[in-house]
Design a protein around this ligand. Structure first.
Ligand code: G4P
Length: 300
């Protein structure tokens, strides 16, 4: 096993992904060490794949700690599906919010929701006769879900780094965010559980795991097989196609339309796959969700 992108470390024998144990243990330690210090955990999921982007062990790790489920990258997801996810999560008793960390959606609402969830803990604190303090929040999520972007956005321009503060050698752990909340300036990195190939493919399609892990042609093929039924018009419009056919012939047609050809005129399926994935990840095909809430696959 060797590091991939310097972040996650994986092996892909038989399509089973194994995270580098050292990295996983360190990430888990960070969460468990800081958990007692916070009142609320903000669990960041990818709005396009809320089930696959979730670490299924997190519920057990958090115990009774209040949790705000945040569906980030909502700008890339199908808004109707995101609303359905929110509704289902709420019906199941989780506070859920759609957010665009790179934009505006949900950014004002997030601290208000977190503060509301922190209220009982602060009340207990006050009853013990302690001095009032701001609600404390920690953010957790799998790599690339947008944790750093969201922390930066919530902390705003007033955020100080260690180097900005002469004489301060201690690593600054907390940042003040909107609504007078204290946010741990260090997100908890969780690893997804890639139990089956479908989950791995969804993580690969959205760019959550490195392109070195799966065969990109297979990922593009899987992506098209998920898109052709619910979003045929988006594919037709984006690539000027009338007849989509099955996923493989569709990938082929996209290659022709985009001029991804080898010398001799044969379609370069790898280049086509890279192009399709790049367009999907950048939201250029449209707002697309790859997972729908059902009573069986919704996060618990
Ligand atoms: P992480 O800390 O959880 O690992 O994620 P990070 O914030 O580094 O974000 C990963 C990528 O996701 C970044 O893009 C970031 O801009 C993008 N991103 C985060 N939130 C949103 C969102 O709400 N909507 C969209 N569309 N993108 C989002 P990148 O291409 O890896 O980096 P960059 O070139 O944008 O800096």
């Amino acid at each position: 096993m060797k590091p991939v992108d310097g972040k996650e470390v994986v092996s892909k024998g038989n399509n089973t992904i194994q995270w580098y144990p050292g990295h996983m243990v360190k990430a888990k330690q960070m969460v468990t060490q800081h958990l007692p210090m916070v009142d609320v955990v903000v669990e960041l999921l990818d709005a396009r794949i809320p089930a696959a982007s979730r670490n299924p062990d997190i519920a057990a790790s958090l115990g009774s700690k209040p949790r705000l489920v945040v569906l980030n990258k909502a700008d890339l997801a199908d808004p109707r599906v995101t609303r359905a996810w929110q509704q289902q999560l709420q019906e199941e008793g989780s506070s859920a919010l759609a957010v665009v960390a790179t934009g505006k959606e949900g950014l004002a609402e997030l601290p208000l929701r977190a503060a509301a969830l922190a209220k009982p803990a602060l009340e207990r604190w006050r009853r013990k006769g302690r001095l009032p303090r701001a609600p404390r929040v920690m953010m957790v999520g799998i790599p690339n879900v947008g944790k750093s972007t969201l922390i930066n956005r919530l902390a705003g321009t007033g955020r100080l780094t260690v180097a900005d503060r002469p004489g301060v050698t201690r690593i600054q752990q907390w940042v003040k965010i909107r609504g007078d909340l204290d946010l741990l300036d260090m997100p908890g990195i969780l690893m997804p559980r890639i139990g089956d190939t479908q989950v791995g493919m969804k993580l690969a399609a959205t760019g959550a795991i490195s392109d070195a892990v799966f065969d990109l042609q297979e990922v593009a093929y899987a992506l098209l097989s998920w898109l052709l039924e619910p979003y045929p018009d988006l594919i037709r419009q984006r690539y000027g196609l009338t007849d989509l056919g099955d996923p493989l012939s569709c990938l082929h047609s996209i290659g022709i339309k985009r001029g991804a050809l080898r010398t001799g005129g044969e379609v370069d399926l790898l280049r086509t796959a890279e192009h399709l994935l790049d367009e999907f990840r950048g939201g250029r095909i449209g707002r697309i969700s790859l997972e729908y809430p059902t009573s069986t696959n919704v996060v618990g």
